[in-house]
Design a protein around this ligand. Sequence first.
Ligand code: SAH
Ligand code: SF4
Ligand code: F3S
Length: 440
Amino acid sequence: MSRTKTYHITTFGCQMNEHDSETIAGMLSEMGFSQAPERDGADVVVINTCSVRENADKRFFGTLGQLKHIKKDNPDFTVCVCGCMMQQQHIIDSIKSKYPWVDVIFGTHNIHEFPRLLETVLSEKEKIIDVWENGGDIIEGLPAKRLYRHKAFVNIMYGCNNFCTYCIVPYTRGRERSRKACDILEEVRRLTEDGVREVTLLGQNVNSYMGEDGTDFSDLIYRLNEAEGLERIRFMTSHPKDLSDKLIQAYRDCEKLCDYIHLPVQSGSSRILKKMNRKYTKDDYLRLVEKLKAAVPHIAISTDIITGFPGETEEDFEETLDLVRQVEYDSAFTFLYSIRKGTPAAEYEDQIPEEIKHERFNRLVELVNEISARKNAAYVGKTVKVLVDGPSKNNSAALGGRTEGFKLINFEGPQDLTGKLVDVEVTAGKTFSLEGRLEK
Ligand code: SAH
Ligand code: SF4
Ligand code: F3S
């Protein structure tokens, strides 16, 4: 009897990529493959790449290098690479010249073609490169193998039209395309039937979602709020330039919409924001945060910030620190500006020396962490609703889950609470997580 063939997927990058990997895993399952615990020993490996920053590129090439010896020992071992990096010709050229053990290269626009590509490679023992330059029609009905039974990612739109001057995503993911609201609602209906309690709506800029019959993003939230069996709605990511009053109102009206928003600011200097093509000023952003806090007093806010964008002066950077102090973010992802070939900012002549970028980055992280710790400490003694994700990654407690504000919380409790919403009293607040006690 032949044994079941196995696969292993490595994912770099954002939730879009994580969800694409779930789709790839779903397709591999349908093809009869089972999941292998690690790369070594799997028959097919897939590496889903990200090109947002240089270190993502480096990690990918490092991983690819490690596969050489596996291929040498087992010529049937099949290496597939996909994701954002494959949408860049110079990357494909490097793979072809330096990593000849790669068997399949596909891009972000033809994931649905993967089973056909893989079958061809397996039967004909030849290499395939198939990358589409643009996204065609949205393909509905692809399978997905979810990481969690009780929560799911749901794509509502693809691509980005914003062209922030530092960012590669519009080039790797193409122009904005929205799914039909009826398809999204149908997917959520099937997910809740399958036990999903929380959905995260995905898009590079969910605020520009536009479905059929003029259904905009807030309309979609109102409709999802009615979905039977669904308990929580989240979304990633919204662009400050078009966060509407209607969406702020949806936070008040829709009890399933979590009191949490990830609202990337990138910089606190209006001058730098203009160079980044973000289309809002520091004051616009602060006014928006004020409106959100007025409408939803307990809202948790997180953000993305880049230090060392070309031309950033000490004064510009201090504007960023000032904005962080005023907003008091619950958490922030901080990035060193990284040159991305093909983007406008890569050509700017006023690039910032690495040591200055790092020095500012460290000062920013210190401030961000101090505020996170203070905000988390303020939860001590309060009771929070937690959707239990399962065994805690932190050994000191048995269970881990997320609060409505997307804070990680660990507490003791029986494993069969996984997937349930429970009340937990917060007993300690740390920089990156909370600890709590299950309420009876
Ligand atoms: N669409 C999302 C962000 C996608 S990329 C949005 O607009 O909010 C995730 C984050 O990576 C960005 O918010 C930005 O902070 C960071 N990023 C993107 N390009 C970068 C670059 N060239 N250097 C450093 N950070 C970058
Ligand atoms: Fe990149 Fe800007 Fe689009 Fe976000 S909005 S994906 S940062 S171009
Ligand atoms: Fe990376 Fe592509 Fe996401 S570049 S951040 S994986 S859209």
